[in-house]
Design a protein around this ligand. Structure first.
Ligand code: IMP
Length: 418
């Protein structure tokens, strides 16, 4: 397969970055297609841990091309910071890092608006990462957003920024705006060598038969249309977003790899049918170190949910599964998997579209025997305890999709290929 996509299929934080990093060995180009610095992509190797928010997770393979497509919303100062930090570690960007000139800019005003919207929402707040993501995508849809290419037109940049402040009814401070303009011009100069008309590069890479991997951020249940709206992020996180956000025809994508955590976690507000508000949930949180890599917030944890998982596999067209964080489930007497929902005493296997229904569904569980062994050093499927194998096979059977990768720890080496 020469064109693949790695997609988070739950509420994000499924350890996609690790899977992208592992698969990047056999890839020429990694393209991030949506989201912004709300994402926290963690990669561990050689006893070092790297957390990136914008840079594609293929960057540590020195021969790979990495690109940010038009659907990514770019906080210029975060991007610069990440590039500088990685360069200081010896990672080279020249001739292999590209940014689409269409990508929208996340500006300080977007963070102010994000904070303001959350405050206005009171008890209904979404629990955003406050990285300005929603306001930035809204400006794009409103056709008033600023894009990377605007940085190279000094005459109009100021007018466009002034208009943003006017549109959002936020008082601008002239001195602060002048500093912002200077910083943006500075950023534009440094970035100019990376900025391209990406669809042309991408389609040339396709013609050259390069192996391409699309990297998703967040997860399908946070998709702006198909997630648990309004408790979602503001982009298309599902496979359909790839074509719209990159300029790659959907006909060209050969394989969709769905990344599923072995249990479920969610950060921020919104429905979560299998959430465990008890000591089991707490144990999963501690064992899985389930604290947000962008905001540090404790993540809500719960049992694996086949209803939600089958829904996201269906709308993404998932071909194979990467089942991650299986090691976190060690040490439980029994494990549960939700196989259906009961809504007003009626059983359903359909994932409801409305939060008001999701809030009242009762999960119907099957129970499986747990295992006590530490599995984080297993490198082959056969080395896993019988009950862990049984857990994987049960997920596979219920999903009707092959599990091809199992992750048993954060390091690259802690990966089992089946
Ligand atoms: P926003 O994307 O910052 O607007 O946040 C919207 C919702 O998506 C909130 O519930 C966030 O916690 C959640 N969210 C955003 N990015 C991520 C992520 O990378 N992992 C998990 N949750 C995320």
């Amino acid at each position: 397969m020469s064109v693949r996509a790695v997609l988070g299929c739950l509420f994000g934080d499924e350890a996609k970055a690790k899977i992208v990093d592992v698969l990047a060995v056999d890839t020429d180009v990694v393209i991030r297609f949506q989201g912004g610095s709300n994402a926290g992509h963690t990669i561990n190797f050689n006893n070092e841990k790297f957390v990136m928010h914008l840079i594609p997770s293929g960057i540590f393979h020195k021969n790979q091309i990495c690109a940010l497509a038009s659907g990514v919303v770019i906080d210029p100062f975060q991007l610069e910071k990440e590039i500088n930090a990685l360069q200081a570690k010896g990672v080279s960007f020249s001739d292999r890092f590209f940014v689409d000139e269409r990508a929208a800019l996340v500006l300080p005003i977007h963070k102010v608006l994000d904070e303001r919207n959350e405050q206005l929402s009171g008890d209904n707040k979404i629990g955003t990462t406050k990285r300005g993501i929603g306001p930035c995508y809204s400006d794009v849809i409103n056709r008033i957003g600023l894009r990377i290419c605007d940085l190279y037109n000094k005459e109009t940049l100021k007018t466009k920024i002034d208009y943003l402040y006017k549109f959002h009814n936020i008082k601008s401070n002239i001195a602060e705006l002048n500093v912002l303009m200077d910083d943006l011009f500075n950023f534009a100069d440094k970035m100019s060598k990376y900025v391209v008309n990406l669809p042309y590069c991408l389609n040339k890479w396709l013609e050259e038969d390069k192996k391409i991997l699309f990297e998703g951020a967040q997860g399908t249940l946070l998709d702006i249309y198909f997630g648990t709206y309004p408790f979602v992020t503001s982009s298309h996180t599902l496979s359909g977003g790839i074509a719209a956000y990159t300029g790659c025809s959907p006909k060209k994508i050969d394989e969709f790899i769905g990344v599923y955590k072995s249990y479920i976690s969610r950060v921020g507000s919104g429905p979560f049918p299998t959430e465990l508000n008890n000591e089991i949930g707490e144990k999963i949180r501690i064992q899985g170190n389930e604290f947000g890599s962008t905001t540090g917030r404790p993540r809500r944890c719960g049992w694996f949910d086949i209803v939600a998982a089958k829904y996201t596999a269906m709308i993404n067209g998932i071909d194979s599964i990467a089942l991650t964080l299986l090691d976190v489930l060690s040490g439980f007497d029994t494990l549960k998997i939700c196989i259906a929902y009961k809504v007003n005493n009626k059983m359903t296997e359909e994932f409801p579209s409305q939060v008001s229904v999701l809030d009242i569904v009762e999960p119907v569980y099957m129970e499986l025997p747990g295992w006590k062994e530490n599995i984080s050093l297993c490198t082959k499927y056969e080395e896993l305890p019988e009950n862990a194998q049984n857990y994987v096979k049960t997920v596979e059977r219920l999903m009707g999709i092959t599990v091809k990768i199992i992750s048993v720890g954060p390091d690259r080496k802690q990966t089992i290929f089946i």
